[in-house]
Design a binder for this molecule. Sequence first.
Ligand code: AMP
Ligand code: ZN
Length: 130
Amino acid sequence: MSNRLLLVTSLGGVMSLQGCIFCRIVNREIPASVVYEDDHILAFKDANPVAPVHILFIPKKHIATLFELQEGDEQILGRLQKAAVQVARDLGLEGRGFRLVANCQEGGGQVVFHVHYHLLAGRKLNWPPG
Ligand code: AMP
Ligand code: ZN
């Protein structure tokens, strides 16, 4: 993590003074290795991969956690899942499988408070996760 000033938000997350890091990726204010984009969804490689395939899928709209979902957001999440399957298929994962997971709030392991789903694949994924 950089040595920029950080704020601990009321949700327990970490947000830089410049704002939500994933919104900044959406706005192309900071770089990311983008693998998929449409009007509502952006997908980019995780900066600290924990599997050979580790891609984050985010709504372009800022939603802090799954608890902040509003009426109509289910359409965005449906699109997000379809985009993840499309990327997985393009990567040749059909038949090999993948995991699509969202950490929610601090207790669920969420660190970045902008809803995101991790697409993980390319190694044996154990259950239950740690
Ligand atoms: P979570 O613990 O579910 O909130 O996951 C946040 C994920 O975001 C972690 O896997 C981080 O490695 C990843 N991450 C944080 N900052 C960046 C960034 N600038 N570019 C790509 N991935 C990031
Ligand atoms: Zn955001």
